[in-house]
Design a protein around this ligand. Structure first.
Ligand code: NAD
Length: 381
C-alpha cells in the first residue's frame, strides 16, 4: 500500500522549497522501496487568491487531508493578505483551523546546530564545540491559551484582565507519552519542564510525569523549572536530548531554541495527533519559519527546513525510519561539505554560497550515496 500524503505548499518561499523537498521524498522512496501517493492542494494566500478571498482553507483541502496519512505543509502568509479580516488571514484562518480539525496536540520542534555551523549560533562557540540537537515537545491545545474563564472586566473602578491555566490529567498523559516515545528513538533522556514550585497545573504535571516515567524504564527523566530551563538552554544546550513542556512554556522555549540554533531555514517542525494502533501518528509537518516574503521568488531560500520536515514525516507518520535517517545524514554531509545558502553563509574558508536548487541537488547527491543498509539516527545526538 502506498503512503498517502497531502502537499500544501502555500505562499512565499513555500512552493520553492517544497519542490526540492518532494524531489528528496521521491528519491528516498525509490531508494528505500516504498511508494507515496500524493496530491497538492491550495492553502493560505494562494487559496484566498483562488477563491476571491472567500477562504484560506478550502473544504477540498480539508477533505483530501482527511484521507491522508500526513500533511506536508510549506508556509502561509505575506503582505498581500495582511489587511484582510483577521479570521481569514492565512495563518489564523488556515494553520490554526487545520491543527484544531485534526486534533494536533503535540508540537515537536527540533532545535539543532550542526557542528560546522556553531559560528551561526549566538551561543559562544566554546560552549558548544560539537553543536547540539534538542527536541522540544510542546503541548499545543491546552493550558492558558485555551483555558476559561478568560476576559476583561471592571473591578473597583479599574480594568482587570484574566486568563486561566488549566490542564486535565489526560492531556498531560497524552503529551508525555509522545515525548517518552520520541526520547526512546533518540538518546533516551527526557527533561520535563514545569513551574511546580508555584503553579497547581505544574504540580499535577510533575506527578503525572513521574507516574508515566515508570512505563518507560529505558528513558532517564529529570525535571527543571521553566526559568532554570531557559537559562540552561543558553548555557549548555548540548546537554539536552528531549524537552517536554506545556503550551505557554513550550511556545517560549521552542523559540529560544530556534534562536540559538542559528538559522530558521534549518528547522523543521511537526504537529501530531493521537498515536494510532500501528504506533504512528497523523501529523502535519512544516518548516519552523514563515513564508519569508523578503526573499520569496529569488531562488535563494534554504530548503533544509522543508527537507527535514519530510524526514520527520517519514519517521513519525509513515514509519520509514531508515529513509528518515538517510535524509538526516545527507543534510549533515551537505552542510559538512561547506555548501551554504545565504542565511548561513559567512564567507569563512571552505564555505561556498549556493542557491535553493543547488543546495537541494547536493542533498539529493548525498542521499544517493547513503547506504540503504545504514541504520540509526545521527550520532552523537
Ligand atoms: P519568516 O520566518 O517568514 O522570516 C523571518 C526571517 O527569516 C526573514 O529574514 C526570512 O528571510 C528568514 N527565513 C525564514 N525562512 C528562511 C529560509 N528557509 N531560508 C532563508 N531564510 C529564511 O517570519 P516573518 O517575516 O515574521 O513572517 C513572514 C510571513 O510568514 C508573515 O505573513 C507571517 O504571518 C508568516 N508566517 C507563517 C508561518 C507558517 O506558515 N507556519 C509561520 C511564521 C510566520
Amino acid at each position: 500500500m502506498p503512503h498517502t500524503i497531502t502537499v500544501l505548499p502555500g505562499d512565499g518561499i513555500g512552493p520553492e522549497v517544497m519542490d526540492l523537498a518532494l524531489h528528496v521524498l521521491d528519491a528516498a522512496a525509490a531508494k528505500f522501496d516504498f511508494q507515496i501517493s500524493r496530491s497538492t492542494h491550495l492553502v493560505g494566500g494562494a487559496a484566498l487568491d483562488a477563491t476571491q478571498n472567500e477562504t484560506p482553507l478550502p473544504q477540498e483541502t480539508i477533505a483530501a487531508s482527511e484521507q491522508a496519512d500526513a500533511i506536508l505543509f510549506g508556509s502561509v502568509g505575506g503582505p498581500k493578505w495582511e489587511n484582510l479580516p483577521p479570521d481569514i488571514q492565512p495563518e489564523r484562518g488556515a494553520l490554526l483551523p487545520l491543527r484544531k480539525h485534526f486534533g494536533l496536540f503535540a508540537n515537536l520542534r527540533p532545535g539543532s546546530c550542526h557542528p560546522s555551523l556553531t559560528h551561526a549560533s549566538p551561543v559562544k562557540n566554546e560552549l558548544i564545540p560539537n553543536g547540539f540537537d534538542v527536541l522540544c515537545v510542546r503541548e499545543l491545545t491546552g493550558g492558558i491559551y485555551f483555558g476559561t474563564p478568560k476576559g476583561r472586566e471592571e473591578r473597583n473602578g479599574e480594568p482587570v484582565a484574566f486568563d486561566t491555566m488549566v490542564y486535565k490529567k489526560s492531556e498531560i498523559e497524552n503529551i508525555l507519552h509522545v515525548a517518552f516515545k520520541a526520547a526512546q528513538g533518540r538518546d533516551k533522556r527526557l527533561t520535563s519542564v514545569d513551574k511546580a514550585n508555584v503553579l497547581a497545573t505544574s504540580v499535577l504535571w510533575r506527578e503525572t510525569a513521574n507516574e508515566i516515567a515508570a512505563q518507560y524504564p529505558d528513558v532517564t527523566m529529570d525535571h527543571l523549572y521553566v526559568d532554570n530551563a531557559a537559562m540552561q538552554l543558553v548555557k549548555r544546550p548540548d546537554s539536552f536530548d528531549v524537552i517536554v513542556t506545556e503550551n505557554l512554556f513550550g511556545d517560549i522555549l521552542s523559540d529560544e531554541m530556534a534562536m540559538i540554533s542559528g538559522s530558521l531555514g534549518m528547522l523543521p517542525s511537526a504537529s501530531l495527533g493521537n498515536m494510532k494502533d500501528d504506533g504512528l501518528y497523523f501529523g502535519m509537518y512544516e518548516p519552523s519559519g514563515g513564508s519569508a516574503p523578503d526573499i520569496a521568488g529569488k531562488g535563494i531560500a534554504n530548503p533544509i527546513a522543508q527537507i527535514l520536515s519530510v524526514s520527520m514525516m517519514l519517521r513519525y507518520s509513515l514509519g520509514e525510519t531508515a529513509a528518515a535517517d538517510a535524509i538526516d545524514h545527507a543534510v549533515q554531509a551537505t552542510i559538512d561539505s561547506g555548501l551554504r545558502t545565504g542565511d548561513l553563509f559567512t564567507g569563512a574558508e571552505g564555505e561556498s554560497k549556493v542557491n535553493t536548487i543547488e543546495m537541494g541537488t547536493a542533498i539529493l547527491a548525498h542521499l544517493d550515496k547513503v547506504s540503504p543498509s545504514r541504520q540509526g539516527p545521527l550520532s552523537p545526538r
